[in-house]
Ligand binder design. Sequence first.
Ligand code: CA
Length: 332
Amino acid sequence: MATLVSKVQATVDFEKNGKQFGYLDVPHSRDDSGWGTLRVPIAVVKNGSGPTILFTGGNHGDEYEGQVALVKLARALDPKDVAGRVIMIPFLNYPAARASRRTSPIDAVNMNRAFPGERRGTVSQLIAHYVSTLILPLCDLVMDFHAGGRTMTYQPFACIHRLEDRPLFDRTKAALLALGAPISLVLQELDAEGMLDTQVESMGKVFVSAELGGAGTTTPTTVGIADRGCRRLLAHLGITRPTAENTPPTRFMDTSGPGCYTISNHGGLFEMLAELGATVKAGDPLAQIHSMERPEEAPIVYRAARDGMLIGRHHPAVIQQGDFMALVAYDA
Ligand code: CA
């Protein structure tokens, strides 16, 4: 028997015109199901030739705006209104999404550190490998929706990375601005190796992401940004007809300079002193940490290292040494 490119089997045909709901069937032999399969939902809407876009949600399971927006988009899209192909995977790390966890409860893998995946890996690595080898080559643009998950919250933004390939960066920035989030950001990643982002960019394709809300839930505002962003990106690529509305103004910001990230060096009771979205000056207090072992001690105050907007924060009321605490973005 010839070796298959992937052990994952799609029940959809990516070349077929029309709308299909199906699954990526991932072999998952286990104690309670010897010949078991993990079925990851996927939807494809195709009509004739044209660009291909991949939308993903649930790359981190506890980040839900993309998951909500993509199940709605998949149901609503009519192949008649499409020129090209729209591939939607609402729950990329499906077991994690079901469990409201960042990582998979099956193999503890963080999907967004698992790319390009492994052909003979665990279920998460198999999914990443299938996407890398059999879906990404079809795509012109990938839009991957994120949020803060259970441990972070954000002032909602869409984001891209600074890329050495200038023409690719220019096309990526055009897609970012077309998405029309209230804030459009150049995001400096703390750890980019193994991310879907990095894999797509390394293939010379346009990659756009977003960080919308957090705390493991959604709001009408954050889902609305995802809903409208999907529609505008489809029109931007010419897959659907242009919408009547003008792209709303977006605030273009950056986090790739020094002093944007604050990481906690203390553990304890976490008290935020600035609101998300607030304008801060260098030296302004961001948060303070109270000792839970010695409450008589004065709290440790953390201050902004530069001027900007508080755009991301640690969410739980208890913080540990090494936790991400705050992200300040500045106008680009
Ligand atoms: Ca995430």
